[in-house]
Design a protein around this ligand. Structure first.
Ligand code: ASP
Length: 438
């Protein structure tokens, strides 16, 4: 058994958090490769080290004094090193190097990546693990995307030589020979790539929540945790705003059937959520998760005899494509077609789109409905259960919510409903109560 364990920023935000991580690693000798993030927030209102580094970079390119910010970052690492009693570890030369580069040749990605780099050095020293610099094993292409072939080749060979190692998350080597980072939250991606390269049995992703929750805890008090979720369900929920894991972290492990286990560093006794390709585990509820987003617009296009006009839909979508707008859903009636679009994407281009549609299909009318929210009710259990839609609609009717749109794909993995923005929270509470019942 081999496990890759990635620890997020809040799990490594202070010496006390590092100690919890140390205990977790030492409790299970199969946790052989460890991926740290940079120190995150210790309390509400605190700043992440990555954000502070980016502040220092911004000051540097404006030619301003970045040393107070760098001192603040140094103080955070000093607290960790001293708290862990790593008396032989000196970080001064690393900080001199970062400051020197900021003064002479400031580079955004290099600067941002130092949070993970330094945390990696500290964690390796604390655990007694080898340190492998991610820039020697993770490669990007010229277009800025990961080079998966070269990375897997070099990384898997390097990991074979190492017995136990810490590999900092979030960055690798760009084609120009400089450090390049993934997008924010990218340490999750590093963990997934390492799990793929060492053919891990499990990719553990340690954070500050006990896995995915059935609904957003800002809307539902103490929502139930999700024990098992498939990659496809997760994708639907993440797309609708449920975020625990970086989206790009799914592909490398999914590709080789490695399950992801989301765990809580502050409650290691909790089993967390298992993200898997497929499972025979019966979900506790028909609905695995509920997520949603506000602020969509619906463009309602009406034209009598639309149903017999071949190419109508294509032309409407062409008008969107020409204006680089993607659409979310497209419910239609006999003489109407509705296109649901993100409000912010649509606003500045709406008049151009409307006139393009007029030119292309001469509709009788075009109306715009604003302030729509979309809610996805996701569950692999729906396929084998009848009455889910009925239950969902009665929950909303009982809560006196008017449904503006319904969309159920034939995969029966989810039902998407559109409601007014103002009914969003009320709808989620009603659906949760109906299906989870607590
Ligand atoms: N430290 C980086 C960030 O804050 C990457 C990560 O935490 O995964 O985005």
């Amino acid at each position: 058994m081999r496990k890759v364990a990635k620890f997020g920023g809040s799990s490594l935000a202070s010496a006390d958090q590092f100690k919890k991580v140390g205990e977790i690693i030492h409790q299970d000798s199969t946790r052989i490769f460890v991926i740290p993030s940079a120190p995150g927030r210790r309390f509400t209102g605190d700043r992440k080290v990555t954000d502070l580094l980016l502040d220092a970079y911004e000051l540097a390119i404006e030619g301003k004094d970045f040393s107070p910010v760098m001192d603040r970052i140094k103080a955070r690492y000093d607290e960790i090193v001293e708290g862990l009693e790593l008396n032989n570890l000196y970080l001064d030369e690393y900080f001199d190097d970062i400051c020197e580069r900021l003064a002479t040749n400031p580079q955004r990605d290099f600067t941002a990546s130092r949070g993970e780099y330094l945390n990696g050095i500290i964690l390796a020293a604390y655990l007694g693990y080898e340190f492998i610099d991610a820039k020697e094993v993770i490669y990007f292409n010229e277009d800025g995307m990961l080079n998966p072939y070269k990375t897997q080749k070099v990384l898997s060979r390097r990991l074979e030589e190492a017995e136990r190692a810490v590999i900092p998350g979030f960055y690798g080597l760009g084609k120009d020979g400089e450090v390049q980072t993934f997008s924010r939250g990218g340490s999750d991606v590093t963990g997934s790539i390492v799990a793929q390269a060492c053919k891990a049995d499990i990719y553990e992703n340690w954070t500050d929540v006990s896995g995915f929750l059935v609904a957003d805890p800002r809307i539902i008090d103490n929502p139930e945790p999700i024990k098992f979720i498939t990659y496809r369900e997760l994708r639907e929920l993440s797309y609708m705003g449920a975020s625990v894991l970086h989206e790009d972290a799914i592909f490398p492990v999914r590709h080789c059937g490695i399950p992801i286990n989301i765990r809580n560093t502050n409650r290691p006794q909790d089993e967390g959520t298992w993200i898997v390709e497929a499972t025979g585990q019966k979900p506790d509820y028909v609905v695995t998760g509920i997520a949603g987003k506000k602020d969509f617009n619906a463009m309602v296009i009406t034209k009598s005899m639309m149903n017999s006009e071949i190419g109508f839909g294509r032309k409407v979508l062409q008008a969107l494509e020409d204006n680089h707008i993607s659409f979310e859903h497209m419910p239609s009636g006999i003489d109407t077609m509705t296109v649901v679009i993100h409000a912010d994407e649509f606003l500045e281009k709406e008049q151009k789109v409307i006139s393009a549609i007029h030119r292309m299909v001469s509709p009788d009318s075009i109306e715009i409905e604003t302030d729509l929210a979309l809610i996805a009710v996701v569950g692999r259990g729906m396929r084998s259960t009848s009455g889910t839609a009925g239950k969902l609609f009665s929950a909303l009717a009982e809560a006196d919510v008017n449904i503006k749109m319904i969309d159920q794909g034939s995969s029966e993995l989810n039902i998407i409903i559109g409601v007014r923005n103002k009914d969003f929270e009320k709808s989620i509470r009603a659906i949760y109560k109906k299906f989870v019942g607590k």
